[in-house]
Write a protein of this length. Sequence first.
Length: 354
Amino acid sequence: MDSSDTASTEDSGAPEARRRRGASMADVAQLAGVSAQTVSRVSNGYAGVLESTRKQVLQAMKELGYRPNSAARALKSGQFHTIGVITFNLSSTGNTRTIEAIATSAAVEGYATTLLPVAVPTQDSVRGAFTRLGELAVDGIVILMEVHLLDAVTVALPPNAHVVVADSNAGDRYCVVDTDQVGGARAAVEHLLGLGHRTVWHVAGPADSFSAERRVGAWRSALEAGGRAVPAPLRGDWSAQSGYRAGLRLAEEADCTAVFVANDQMALGVLRALHERGRRVPQDISVVGFDDIPETASFLPPLTTVHQDFSEVGRRCVDGVLRQIRNNQEETGTTLVPTRLVVRQSTAPPPAAG
């Protein structure tokens, strides 16, 4: 074997050797026959690079297995292309679908998401989540948490992090994205009154929940606007079990012909309790829920409910964060995502007087 053969063998193995030791930007530049600055521009997606040169550099990156150092780029630019998400309830259908939309929308924009669940919403756990978030490299934060939990603790947001809060009344302090709770609840009550029911009972969510209180207020206002009696609301905790307990009490109310339930899970419990007590739905009592979770069409009977667009809430949360990042400016105010009533077989006119 002569010297030329030896040189040829070494040259052909060079890319593989560089791949094994971890290719550098200089290696890519050498193989592509361009400057390191050109490799940097291609790596960061800058314009002003000839398409033929860009393809040449990308081919060299592929051949060498080169991966741009995103951490180094982030430290240099001060942007990490990551959005942090803090939530205290991963079991909720609404939160799950909202988080899924946040992650999907962020990915489309080239951002990763870091999820920090708070198992039990205590002062210490909320403070701990924000402390951990402060140690991570994030450009923006989406908070899926009742605002009173933020007020209950002293939390320090990471410097220069842009914040969006979902489902909250904190629009005077943060950029907020919320479902039109009031409009949805009003539509539910007006639907039942329009069917001829004298009044509408209510199974409410927890008293410390912003969403629950907005729905209670809208229910009461709709009844008062129509000059109707306002029964005392029954309280639940969003679970089907608490709805079942409320349903047992409603079954004993002879004048109850319609009930608006603050979420679909509690409505499921109400339906079971009424069935067990021999109160037919909708012939004896009409029931309306709130959320429109995927299973509601399969309830017995299929549930009339208020549809919340959780995916749209997630998308708008990401839009709000990215808008603040790009403008380098904090925002306040509330964006409402519309709701709509979905009428199924759980509502009907009241039974005729005997």
